[in-house]
Design a binder for this molecule. Structure first.
Ligand code: ADP
Ligand code: ZN
Length: 616
């Protein structure tokens, strides 16, 4: 047998024995063999794709320690806990540990008693640690360097970590130790920057599909956002853990307080809270079941919780990359999950204003505006959302996905030619009468023929467009103005979102072309909640399996509490569901379930079999 074939056998054996899985996913096996044979690799895989095994297994195969650079301390601890459950010897070195703990870990590395060592980048770069590495490499104790969340090297995202740029020291000093860099970033420019900054030109590149088929995308029109959110939570995610993103800190606090008042346990998270509070909330979110985290974008990177069942946005993210990353935190375990976004005219005006008022250069503002426009196009599209989303990242999905709102219930469009003509003329007339212009609220009042004091004193009730728009209500006009902004015919300006007719708007008015836009989702809303298949939740366990499933869950909760680890570290929901369905009566039956490796079998096998037996 040649060396590679035997490596493959060993890899499969370890996968089954340690992790309890029968098959590799996608190119996992190729990466593992590649790195185990000493090559560098650059792995691009979406969140939940299974990146960790790509460096964990080669370290085990090489019989030395994998040194993993990871940006977040909380994440490191979870990984170390999860590995300990699998019987893998893992440790972390970071600023939260005592001197004694650190010394003990360093000694263990040198003695060859560690399989994986997680280290924060700033720690790795200290002379002391580099010196330790030197000694460890001399003794053949270092299997590989893994650079996790490699996009932290890029200044484009909000996860930029300057220390990542200095990680080139690793291959400069120890060129024979293979490196593997991993990221879930889907954005081509960031990928190119990673290769350049980390000098990965020679690395073999593995790019997975960035589709997350288990996530159902849904974008609804913002009408009464709080009520819409509450309906969504009550109808579809009664007991599930999830994240609600808001733009401002204040809105995060208000929304969390309001959810609690409505009887839904929720925690706030934003950069303005004390570190201690943030850590506590993050920890509770990971360790308790069914909590809602209401957060700004400060929350998220490295949140390794696999059973986040939904990500809801009460405000528009700033571009498609952000939307993809934030929604990607749902459903890492592969089970059904929802991405729900609620957006309206004000979101568009607000995001534009934020770009306009930022300190960035004009060039940068143009780039940001273009990126925002792609997201707006995704919001307004009547096509399969997943196709549009993936196309943005250069990936073609051959057929509509069947798992987004537009696929489940085809969007209705209407001929808005006449209405758009009225709206644009109205903007034009009002600008003529009052050159400083007006925002959508006032424009719509004029179209509807509202005879208020302000309109009268401005003389806007004498304009030809006064009262010509009775066919739509204020909400309908709001939606159309938003769509005219998205299609580039109107442009909001300044602090008050004063609307201006663009060149494209003028050209369209002259052209006589028709305009079809997405109809308000309002009408479709009621049928959607009743017709659409629901995302799977814990509650979807068949009734016959429910008692055992519940018993397993409370057993898991106790174990997790005693060991001070999150419940999913003991067993994922999917494992508990399989146990409840298959009712194994022997250790061999139990071992056959995906996610049950030897260490967990030794540790929990008897307990689980006893629970199954007593629940008959
Ligand atoms: P990522 O780091 O890419 O977000 P993880 O490494 O956390 O993803 O893996 C996501 C989930 O998929 C984990 O629960 C992991 O145990 C599981 N997983 C990874 N590889 C496999 C596999 N080959 N078979 C079954 N489950 C897997
Ligand atoms: Zn679709």
């Amino acid at each position: 047998m040649d060396a590679t074939a035997s490596l493959r056998d060993q890899a499969r054996d370890l996968l089954a024995r340690v992790f309890g899985y029968d098959t590799f996913r996608g190119f996992q096996e190729d990466v593992i063999i590649d790195v185990a044979s000493g090559h560098d690799a650059f792995v691009l895989m979406p969140t939940g794709g299974g990146k960790s095994i790509c460096y964990q297994l080669p370290a085990l195969l090489r019989g030395a320690c994998g040194v993993v650079v990871s940006p977040l301390i909380a994440l490191m601890h979870d990984q170390v806990d999860a590995l300990a459950q699998l019987g893998v010897r893992a440790a972390a070195l970071n600023s939260s540990m005592s001197l004694e703990q650190s010394r003990a870990t360093e000694a263990a590395l040198l003695r060859g008693e560690l399989d994986l060592l997680y280290v924060a980048p700033e720690r790795l770069l200290t002379p002391r640690f580099l010196d330790l590495l030197e000694r460890a490499v001399q003794k053949n104790r270092v299997a590989l360097y893994a650079i996790d969340e490699a996009h932290c090297v890029s200044q484009w995202g909000h996860d930029f970590r300057p220390e990542y740029r200095e990680l080139t020291v690793l291959h400069e000093r120890w060129p024979r130790v293979p490196r593997i860099a991993l990221t879930a970033t889907a954005d081509e420019r960031t990928r190119a920057e990673i290769v350049e900054r980390l000098e990965l030109g020679e690395a073999h590149r593995y790019v997975a599909s960035f589709d997350r088929p288990n996530i159902r995308y849904r974008i609804v029109e913002k009408i009464e956002p709080r009520k819409q959110l509450l309906d969504f939570l009550r109808n579809e995610h009664r007991d599930d853990a999830g994240i609600v993103y808001c733009l401002s800190r204040k809105k995060v606090e208000d929304t969390a307080a309001w959810l609690n008042a409505e009887g839904r346990p929720a925690l706030p998270y934003h950069a303005g809270l004390d570190t201690e509070v943030r850590t506590r909330h993050q920890r509770r979110f990971l360790r308790e079941e069914g909590l809602v985290m209401v957060a700004t974008v400060a929350f998220g990177m490295g949140i390794d919780k696999p059973d986040v069942r939904f990500v809801a946005h009460l405000d528009l993210p700033k571009n498609i990359e952000a939307y993809y990353q934030e929604t990607g935190r749902a459903g890492r375990d592969g089970a059904a999950a929802d991405a729900w976004l609620c957006y309206g005219l004000q979101d568009v005006v607000q995001q534009r204003r934020m770009i306009e008022q930022s300190d960035a250069s004009d060039e940068h503002k143009r780039v940001e505006t273009r990126r925002l426009n792609h997201l707006l196009a995704l919001c307004e599209t009547t096509r399969c959302r997943r196709q549009v989303l993936l196309a943005y990242f250069g990936e073609q999905l051959s057929a509509p996905c069947g798992n987004c709102d537009n696929c489940i219930e085809p969007a209705i469009t209407w001929d808005a030619t006449e209405a758009a003509r009225k709206a644009l003329s109205n903007v034009y007339r009002i600008r003529q009468a009052s050159p400083s212009g007006f925002g959508a609220g006032h424009l719509i009042d004029v179209l509807l023929g509202k005879a208020n004091e302000r309109i009268h004193s401005l003389g806007h009730d004498r304009l030809t467009t006064f009262g010509i728009g009775k066919e739509l209500d204020a909400r309908g006009w709001g939606a159309l103005h938003r769509q005219l902004i998205v299609s580039g015919m109107l442009e909001p300006e300044g602090e008050y979102g004063v609307l201006r007719l663009t060149e494209a708007g003028r050209a369209w008015l002259k052209s006589g072309d028709a305009l079809h836009v997405r109809a308000s989702t309002l009408r479709a809303k009621t049928s959607r909640t009743t017709n659409a298949p629901k995302a799977a939740t814990a509650a979807d366990v068949p009734a016959a399996h429910q008692p055992l499933f519940d018993a397993l869950r409370s057993w898991r909760r106790e174990i997790a509490q005693t060991q001070q680890v999150p419940p999913y570290v003991v067993f994922h929901d999917s494992v508990l569901k399989a146990i409840a369905a298959l009712r194994p009566s022997t250790l061999t039956d139990l071992a056959a379930i995906s996610g049950v490796g030897t260490a967990k079998l030794d540790r929990y096998g008897k307990d689980v079999l006893a629970l199954v037996a007593s629940n008959s």
